[in-house]
Design a binder for this molecule. Structure first.
Ligand SMILES: Cc1cc2nc3c(=O)[nH]c(=O)nc-3n(C[C@H](O)[C@H](O)[C@H](O)COP(=O)(O)O)c2cc1C
Length: 147
């Protein structure tokens, strides 16, 4: 008999510290009436800032579009998304683009870990979202040239 693998219970992983990884998932339904506050945005970006990186280079760069603060800018970012994503992203209050620099700051040499580090920082954002009672859904379906 084949059974679905169950997600590890938070309690099993740690009694005192809830396991954020097991609570994280990628929803496709968002509440248009619930904005993300500036303090929450800051907490999300802080989570990325504390992520580990090769040589402490912190190669990640994030652009944030907040629908509440600047709907026109949010719309421009939204227009770069694949159609399939637009269908469910329309109600999200916040869009964040992740990018990575390609060279180390201290010597200008190629940083081949930059994308790895940026992925780690982005997961930190997703986990921080869980900790804040929010949800994040990562997307590769967008037109990077248009953005
Ligand atoms: C790099 C990357 C790109 C993704 N691109 C999309 C996307 O374009 N559209 C989408 O709906 N989900 C996208 N996802 C979300 C995945 O489909 C989702 O994480 C996966 O199905 C696992 O589900 P879970 O996050 O709920 O555990 C992407 C995830 C990652 C990490």
């Amino acid at each position: 008999m084949v059974t679905e693998p169950s997600r590890p219970s938070c309690e099993a992983m740690s009694r005192n510290r809830p396991c954020l990884s097991a609570q994280r998932w990628s929803p496709r339904a968002f509440d248009a009436d619930k904005p993300v506050s500036p303090a929450q945005v800051l907490a999300l970006l802080e989570a990325a800032r504390w992520a580990p990186s090769c040589n402490g280079d912190e190669p990640w760069r994030y652009i944030v579009w907040d629908k509440t603060r600047d709907p026109a800018a949010w719309q421009k970012a939204f227009d770069c998304l694949a159609e399939g994503n637009q269908a469910w992203v329309k109600n999200t209050p916040l869009l964040i683009a992740a990018g990575a620099t390609s060279r180390f700051r201290h010597n200008g040499k190629d940083n081949r870990w930059a994308q790895y580090d940026t992925g780690a920082a982005s997961v930190s954002i997703c986990l921080q979202a869980v900790a804040l009672g929010l949800a994040a859904h990562q997307m590769g379906g967008f037109d990077a040239q248009k953005l």
